[in-house]
Design a protein around this ligand. Structure first.
Ligand SMILES: C[S@@+](CC[C@H](N)C(=O)[O-])C[C@H]1O[C@@H](n2cnc3c(N)ncnc32)[C@H](O)[C@@H]1O
Length: 279
């Protein structure tokens, strides 16, 4: 698949998620089930009841694979950038921690997601957040302007992962932190998933090998790159993502068994120190 085709499929997939979930949350539908499912998924990947209570309605669609905000040690006044912010769940949690003197910027390339996140911020009158439309490979953010870069279950979707980490390095201030939750491969996926568009959009088949992931972050110039937490990512858990569910809907039991043990979700922490900047 070409890079453009990947972006198009990913954008179309998440546009549907943004719109479907929005209408599902209308008063007359059985949407409570969806909201509850998203909350259950979020709890499974590391969010607390307090996080869920603090997040505005509709911000959590159960699309993350970890809780990067929990290990970001955010302080009042800091500037935070979330790569692939989607409906803004992590942005809204971060905004409470950095306070009125801080700022959170969420970047996403799917217009429907950005519109949804902006609407949630508007409804909640949350003013220290800005959602920008853009690609994480070409961030609409100034050099050396951000204290913390977060990302949750997004970089696996990028057709140019080294470029994403170079961009994260560019926008971080000296001493800034990179905190990423993502899916990685522990062993190659079976052929039938490697070729599946739905599995790519569902955060499965775009994943890199774990060591390659760390090497890529280091190659962008980051230091102290380490995995804070690693959890096996069972197919059942991966299928929480609505896109991955589409991918695996027709899988038979032996095929499902082949996939088990291939994926993990990791939380990575790294630091930018200017002397190692890659120009
Ligand atoms: C699995 S969702 C995660 C959303 C959010 N981080 C969360 O945890 O709720 C992936 C999001 O990344 C966005 N995305 C994927 N690839 C992107 C890219 N190359 N540039 C910008 N956004 C991207 C999608 O539009 C989608 O909103």
């Amino acid at each position: 698949m070409s890079e453009e085709k990947i972006r198009m499929n990913v954008r179309e997939g998440y546009a549907k998620v943004a719109l479907q979930q929005r209408s599902c949350c209308g008063p007359s539908s059985s949407c409570c089930g969806s909201a509850k499912t998203a909350d259950t998924i979020a709890q499974k990947v590391g969010y607390s009841n307090e996080d869920l209570a603090a997040s505005p309605e509709g911000a959590n669609l159960g699309l993350g694979c970890g809780n990067p905000v929990a290990i970001a040690s955010l302080s009042l006044g800091e500037t935070v950038l979330d790569l692939g912010a989607g409906p803004g769940f992590d942005c809204f949690l971060a905004a409470r921690r950095v306070g009125e003197t801080g700022k959170v910027i969420g970047v996403d390339m799917t217009p429907e997601m950005v519109a949804r996140a902006r609407e949630t911020a508007r409804k909640g009158d949350i003013r220290n957040i800005e959602f920008r439309l853009g690609e994480i490979e070409h961030l609409p953010v100034a050099d050396n302007s951000v204290d913390v870069v977060l990302s949750n279950c997004v970089i696996n979707l990028s057709p140019d992962k080294p470029q994403v980490f170079r961009e994260a390095f560019r926008v971080l201030k000296n001493g800034g932190r990179l905190i990423v939750s993502d899916t990685v491969l522990l062993k190659p996926l079976p052929e039938f998933l490697q070729q599946s568009v739905e599995a790519y959009v569902g955060c499965v088949s775009g994943a890199m090998r774990r060591q390659e992931y760390i090497d890529t972050v280091e190659a962008a110039g980051f230091e102290d790159v380490h995995i804070v937490k690693e959890t096996p990512f069972s197919l059942d858990c991966a299928l929480n993502d609505p896109m991955a569910r589409d991918a695996a809907g027709n899988l038979q039991v032996p095929e499902k068994q082949e996939v088990e043990g291939c994926l993990a979700r990791i939380l990575i922490h790294a630091i930018k120190r200017e002397k190692n900047a890659v120009r």
